[in-house]
Write a protein that binds this ligand. Structure first.
Ligand code: ATP
Ligand code: MG
Ligand code: MG
Ligand code: MG
Length: 469
């Protein structure tokens, strides 16, 4: 079996052989874009090159870029544990042409890599193109010999990429792998395309236009290429498994969890094991890149991810900090490709241990409160917003954690009432301020911290949909 580490290497060396300069992954905290939460695609570190603001360091490049999609425009947090193909942290493999080669060469490389280098069966592959992109459709026919019914035209923004309201943009073309008719789901463009039978493995973006503020598009004199292939997804295909969480890397992490928690990754527990493995990676990589759990901005996204994982640890029986003890297993899997993990080992372990210890002081009682509050409620019902607020305020449950817990029972939260309770508190804290006083037990101290953070966090939450801080 070809392991994840070998697959990453084959991709990068394939493109190196085709004259691409190999670059290390940029850090997860964007260096060139303060409005973006986390790097969420391979092209992000090269934005200024694509806009022309920066001179390219080489005409062609290839990377395996660390990506986090949790918060902002791309938010896959709620998919983890539910789909076979989403992580909050993943590696995006890419080849880039900065005004060098274009569409035909990009499609040729893509097809050669998947069918020759990786040896995938062409009959399992299908592609999408943007509805108006006749050129791409013709090239797939010519280069790959794909029949028309496996070159699917998509008219939505799924197949038209743009950097923002202005700047470079263009059609894209995605390669899908058919995992077979035993798995539910339809081909791209069909009503059940969100199933996991046809899994998107690679997105090729053809940056050929420049969009101006008035919405008009002009052709770029030197069009560019940006591609992104999910390493874990291609690994699943190459390792003959359907679910990303069954690839070698995750199988080994989950084995380490089984030993640690003394439980089996099966039945009701399976999703917990997967969520912990995913969130462990995200947490460790964010901490290694300098993010620490806090009550605002990036740090609050990290805290939410950690606490979600820790709630799953609780489901597996953890009553003392456990998650930090998985750090060596993660470094064993990924430390060679990402030496920053090993360098940050102590920081990762102590941040995880402290956060879990802190949360465990209130987690059990918060869960009991939630159980009481939902007695008599059923699927389709909403938890009163005041209760969700109390969980947030006194027990350190981020709103999305409460929502995630209720989701498995088919319940939701009355978020309007939650927001109203938050507003009342904000008003109160503005006029009265906080007094820690002599009753400041740990729990109260913690509640105050969450309160003061919550005030700051509100502003961010309000603009989160745009993916801005
Ligand atoms: P999907 O439609 O499956 O959510 P996407 O269209 O959002 O994927 P892109 O933005 O095109 O994904 O990213 C390029 C590639 O990165 C995808 O083709 C996929 O292989 C991979 N990828 C995207 N999101 C994730 C994720 N959350 N976890 C793992 N891999 C991902
Ligand atoms: Mg997506
Ligand atoms: Mg997609
Ligand atoms: Mg895509």
């Amino acid at each position: 079996m070809t392991g994840v580490n070998d697959i990453r290497e084959s991709f990068l060396s394939f493109f190196e052989k085709q004259g691409h300069t190999r670059r290390a992954s940029a850090p997860l905290v964007p260096q060139n874009d303060p409005t973006l939460l986390f790097v969420n695609a391979g092209m992000v570190p090269f934005k200024n090159i694509f806009t022309g603001a920066e001179t390219p360091f080489a005409p062609r490049a290839t990377t395996s870029q660390k990506c986090v999609r949790a918060g902002g425009k791309h938010n896959d947090l709620d998919n983890v544990g539910y789909t076979a193909r989403h992580h909050t942290f993943f590696e995006m493999l890419g080849n880039f042409s900065f005004g060098d080669y274009f569409k035909e060469q990009a499609i040729q490389y893509g097809w050669d890599l998947v069918t020759k280098e990786f040896g995938l069966d062409p009959k399992r592959l299908l592609v999408t193109v943007y509805a108006e992109d006749d050129e791409a459709a013709a090239l797939w026919k010519k280069i790959a010999g794909l029949p028309d019914d496996r070159i699917i035209r998509i008219a939505t923004s799924d197949n038209f990429w743009s950097m923002g309201d202005t700047g470079p943009c263009g059609p894209c073309s995605e390669i899908f792998y058919d995992h077979g008719d035993k798995i539910p789901g339809g081909p791209p463009g069909s009503p059940d395309e969100d199933g996991d039978r046809f899994i998107e493995i690679w997105n090729l973006v053809f940056m050929q236009f420049e969009q101006s503020a008035d919405g008009s598009r002009t052709s770029l004199p030197k069009p560019s290429i940006d591609t992104g292939m999910g390493l874990e997804r291609i690994a699943a295909v190459l390792q003959g498994v359907h679910n990303n969480y069954e690839i070698d890397l995750f199988a080994n992490l989950i084995k380490a969890e089984e030993d640690l928690y003394g439980a089996k990754a099966e039945g009701d527990h399976l999703a917990s094991f997967r969520v912990i493995a995913d969130h462990l990676r995200t947490s460790a990589f964010l901490i290694a890149d300098g993010v620490l759990p806090s009550n605002e901005g990036r740090g609050y996204v990290l805290r939410r991810i950690m606490r979600r994982a820790m709630r799953h640890g609780h489901l597996l029986g953890a009553r003392e900090p456990m998650m930090h003890r998985l750090t060596p297993a993660l470094i064993g899997e990924m430390g060679k490709a990402y030496p920053e993990l090993g360098r940050a080992k102590a920081a990762i372990e102590s941040a995880l241990e402290q956060e879990e210890g802190r949360f465990q002081r209130t987690l059990g009682r918060g869960l009991s409160l939630l159980d009481e509050a939902t007695t008599g409620l059923g699927a389709g019902d909403a938890l009163p917003g005041e209760t969700a607020f109390r969980l947030y305020d006194t027990f350190g449950f981020p709103l999305d954690l409460t929502q995630d817990i209720l989701r498995s029972r088919g319940m939701s939260v009355d978020t309007d009432a939650f927001d109203a309770a938050m507003d009342v508190q904000r008003e109160g804290s503005r006029s009265a301020g906080f007094t820690s006083g002599d009753t400041a037990t740990d729990d109260i101290w913690f509640a105050v911290r969450d309160k003061s953070g919550a005030t700051k966090f509100g502003g961010y939450a309000a603009t989160e949909d745009q993916g801005k801080l």
